[in-house]
Design a protein. Structure first.
Length: 678
């Protein structure tokens, strides 16, 4: 009772004794399994710092490309949903469709792009299931009432995840297990190990809805013949109401129905038909329409008193089942390991959402789901912990907008955000109200202005009062031990056992994390500064970046936040041969603040080097990635092929903490000698 009276947190080991979890008839049990309520309560929401908006057409909503740990970002999105800021175009709150392709927890090496290893997942067993379950619990809260989720997995953990999803979403909300037949594994050991098992040729989609009463569009398939000797099946939707398919044809413009083909395709079909029929003495399309009141079969509106309706598939076609055998699963257009094919994502998006609906992909990787959503007029939020993923998806999305023939959904605006790794220099430029709001968000505080002892306070953190020190009003003023004593005297012992002061790190005149006066502990929450571990059940961990391609899809479970500290890089240009020059990394030093301690590292903390060989001076357009393990084997040199270069080359040097330095080199200097500092 003393703990409750003081307002302190109940020790974690007592929670299950005081509040025993509800026992289920059947559930998945394993070590370190947390209660859903604890996961939601203990997950730290991190603020979203806008970095740049890529302009486009839109309705006031900007799609969101977020660098951060998806668990923490989803807690922030949940707060947005509660504030009615996460809306579909029809005004309903929450995410309509979630697609996630999490690391498969295999601990196996797979051949990937250019026959290189694609990834090697580190989490396995119960750790992976709990890693994913925590995120599924947040997703359940984020979903709209009629929303649904598709989880992409392989055969190793799908059965455990199925049980976990039954618990999280309810077994009654299970829709389907969908088989995705595809390429066979390229793991040579698996291919030759045919005596003990068969070669795996499929992935799996687990599909759940938020509630069992949700209905979806019927999915039909028809068999293609012309130009498709393999006879693959093509999926289409007979009830999708698209205004773009209501164009004039034969003097008819559908008002409630639509033509099955696009106008361009239909007119081309008419042209081809007439060329054949008229040359052989047949009727023109217009004559056929005049005589029969119906369009030709290949244009396919149904016929009812001469009015074009939705096309109802003939008996030769059938409803889709749970084996999607006619659609490719993987692609390699971006060069990103484990990239999924856009046709697969388009199919999922069309099945479970409508134009203007919100889509969330929490492990977006190469960004295929985001590209498909952008192309199909959906709103979207994409989250990934890897900067390589950010640059890859950014490139695809920008190029998609550029390639669009006219203003459309493909040119819808999107904004890049930092979440958990922040640029402090831009924070310092914020006006006071914005700084105060960001500071409270940063430490998970609730904005709640109140007065104690005549002192104006700004918020609450786990029930305790928070003061955001206004360093803008009194430049140069410090927070020292005497300041703490003055605050304590003003409060008169009315704040309980904890009190929090947020200020820029340089404002504090003492080094310790807290100061004890009487029965109150005064915490110094410094910006920039990693979170104080004592205040959280889990230690701080950052957004670690890979140093080789096998680690691109490693799971990351970050806690708290940190601030960007660009590494120091020295480099030089050296002649190669007739076709190339060499960029030599002569020195590299990273700086980071880990668990409150400043650390420095050398080349062992280099993650990767990225190149834009034709930099336009505005947007970094990723062309090449060179991982640290490969660079070490080449004596830290990168070949620059002169035929590929534009007017200037942009180079991004990134450390394992996600900090980066960028340099721009004129192409005219590439074949010369010299060095520089980044």
């Amino acid at each position: 009772m003393d703990i409750l009276r003081r307002g302190d947190d109940i020790p974690a080991e007592w929670i299950h004794e005081l509040f025993p979890p509800e026992r289920r008839e059947m559930e998945l049990t394993y070590a370190q399994k947390e209660r859903a309520e604890d996961i939601i309560a203990d997950t730290m929401a991190v603020p979203l710092q806008p970095v740049r908006t890529f302009a486009g057409s839109g309705d006031g909503w900007s799609n969101m490309l977020v660098l951060g740990d998806n668990l923490q970002v989803m807690k922030t999105l949940l707060d947005m949903k509660r504030r009615n800021e996460l809306l579909n175009a029809d005004g309903t709150p929450g995410i309509r469709l979630v697609y996630i392709d999490p690391p498969f927890a295999t601990k196996k090496e797979f051949a990937g792009n250019r026959e290189q290893k694609a990834y090697q997942d580190r989490l396995a067993g119960a750790d992976f299931v709990e890693f994913l379950r925590r995120r599924l619990i947040l997703i359940r809260e984020l979903l709209a009432d009629d929303g649904s989720i598709f989880v992409h997995l392989d055969n190793r953990k799908v059965h455990y995840v199925k049980v976990a999803m039954d618990e999280v979403f309810g077994e009654q909300n299970f829709r389907n297990e969908i088989m995705l037949p595809g390429r066979a594994s390229k793991n040579l050991q698996q291919q030759f190990d045919h005596i003990s098992r068969l070669n795996v040729r499929h992935d799996t989609l687990l599909w759940y809805s938020r509630r069992s009463g949700t209905r979806f569009k019927p999915l039909w398939i028809e068999k293609h013949k012309a130009g498709n000797p393999e006879g693959h099946w093509h999926h289409f939707w007979s009830t999708a109401d698209r205004k773009t398919m209501r164009y004039e044809l034969f003097g008819i413009t559908p008002k409630t129905g639509q033509w099955t083909w696009s106008q361009k395709k239909a007119l081309k079909a008419v042209e081809n038909y007439e060329r054949y029929e008229v040359e052989n003495g047949g009727r023109t399309v217009a004559e056929y329409w005049r005589d029969t009141g119906c369009a030709l079969d290949f244009i396919k509106p149904d016929c009812d008193d001469g009015k074009p309706l939705y096309w109802r598939p003939p008996a030769t076609n059938r409803l889709a089942d749970t084996v999607w055998s006619g659609i490719p699963v993987y692609s390699s257009t971006s060069g990103y390991p484990t990239e999924k094919n856009e046709a697969l994502l388009q199919q999922i998006i069309e099945l479970a959402s409508s134009e203007g609906d919100l889509l969330l992909d929490g492990f977006f990787g190469s960004g295929t789901a985001l590209v498909a959503a952008q192309r199909m007029g959906r709103r979207w939020v994409g989250i990934d912990c890897g900067k390589l993923a950010i640059y890859t998806a950014q490139k695809r999305l920008v190029n998609l907008g550029v390639a669009a023939e006219k203003p459309s959904s493909a040119r819808q605006a999107f904004t890049l955000f930092n979440a958990g790794l922040y640029d402090f220099s831009s924070l310092r430029e914020l006006p006071w109200d914005d700084w105060r709001f960001f500071a409270l968000q940063l430490f998970g505080c609730r904005p709640e202005e109140h007065m104690i002892g005549g002192l104006h306070l700004d918020g609450k953190l786990k029930g305790s009062s928070v003061l955001v020190f206004n360093h803008l009003v009194s430049p140069g003023e410090r927070v020292d031990l005497e300041t703490i004593r003055s605050i304590h005297l003003a409060l008169g012992g009315k704040v309980g056992s904890k009190f929090f002061i947020i200020a820029p790190r340089g404002v504090f005149d003492f080094q310790q994390d807290y100061v004890d006066i009487d029965e109150t502990r005064y915490y110094a929450l410094r910006i920039p500064y990693s979170v104080i571990n004592e205040l959280h059940r889990r230690d701080f961990s950052g957004l670690l970046q890979p140093s080789d391609e096998t680690a691109v899809n490693e799971t990351v479970d970050a806690v708290g936040f940190d601030f960007i500290q660009p590494p120091d890089v020295s480099w030089s240009l050296r002649p190669g041969d007739e076709t190339r020059a060499l960029l030599k990394i002569d020195g590299f030093e990273s700086r980071a603040r880990i668990r409150g301690q400043d650390t420095r590292g050398g080349l062992e903390t280099l993650s990767m080097v990225m190149l834009d060989v034709d930099y336009n001076g505005t947007v970094f357009d990723l062309d090449e990635v060179h991982y640290a393990d490969g660079l070490e084997q080449r004596d830290w040199s990168i070949p620059l092929f002169t035929d590929d270069l534009g007017e200037q080359l942009a180079v991004v040097f990134m450390d394992i903490y996600g900090n980066e330095s960028q340099v721009v080199i004129p192409a005219a200097d590439i074949l010369g000698r010299g060095g520089s500092e980044a």
